[in-house]
Ligand binder design. Structure first.
Ligand SMILES: [Zn+2]
Length: 210
């Protein structure tokens, strides 16, 4: 019997693969000696990465359900997947399609994995509202650092926390970003800009966020 081998078509390592494996939609024998569930057997590779994203997506869905008390829509799932794959994208959707619940559920999901996010809003009022929403996701004061209408004493304390990077979620206005860019950490896993319209009016903000 002639055994057909396809060159460079393994979906996981990009190496050679037998026709049997290819027909079954499985990776090559080198990646996965025994047939089974690739997401359970693989330890690395392209397909393995897809499995990781799918796994994280399910965890995010749980987070969304908990915080929003609803099922995420397909569109929100698509956005979440893009974030989990590490893609940067503009979310140009009209109001009322669940941008905010998507963004805040992602912030909360990442915070629980010890990954830092930054939420940028147009007004101080929205900063306060957003912090309340984040708390309803189960995040607490120690994890959230926000700059709104603060007293001088609060400002000093918050500056110190900012300097010490003592937070998982930073929430501020775009004006705050503009004025404090130099003193902000640069290693955010996720930056969520709500109300992009007002943000995009200041070209310098885009440079800074990027
Ligand atoms: Zn392979």
């Amino acid at each position: 019997m002639i055994k057909a081998i396809f060159s460079k078509l393994c979906p996981n390592c990009g190496g050679d693969i037998s026709v049997e494996r290819l027909e079954k939609g499985l990776p090559c024998e080198k990646c996965m000696p025994k047939e089974g569930d690739p997401c359970k057997s693989l330890k690395e590779g392209t397909l393995w990465e897809v499995c990781q994203v799918e796994k994280e997506l399910l965890e995010w869905v749980e987070e969304f359900r908990r915080g929003v008390s609803a099922e995420p829509w397909d569109l929100q799932r698509t956005w979440a997947k893009r974030v989990l794959m590490g893609h940067s994208f503009g979310l140009l959707a009209p109001t009322g399609v669940g941008k905010t619940s998507f963004g805040l559920s992602m912030v909360s999901f990442l915070a629980k994995k010890n990954k830092r996010s930054y939420v940028i809003l147009p007004t101080k009022l929205l900063v306060e509202q957003t912090v309340r929403k984040l708390k309803s996701f189960g995040l607490d004061e120690k994890q959230i650092l926000y700059f709104g209408d603060d007293t001088e004493k609060e400002k000093r304390e918050k500056r110190k926390r900012l300097e010490e990077e003592d937070f998982l979620v930073l929430v501020s206005t775009s004006m705050f970003l503009y004025k404090n860019y130099e003193s902000l950490p640069k290693d955010f896993a996720f930056i969520f800009v709500d109300d992009v319209d007002s943000f995009l009016k200041t070209a310098k903000n885009i440079d800074k966020a990027l």
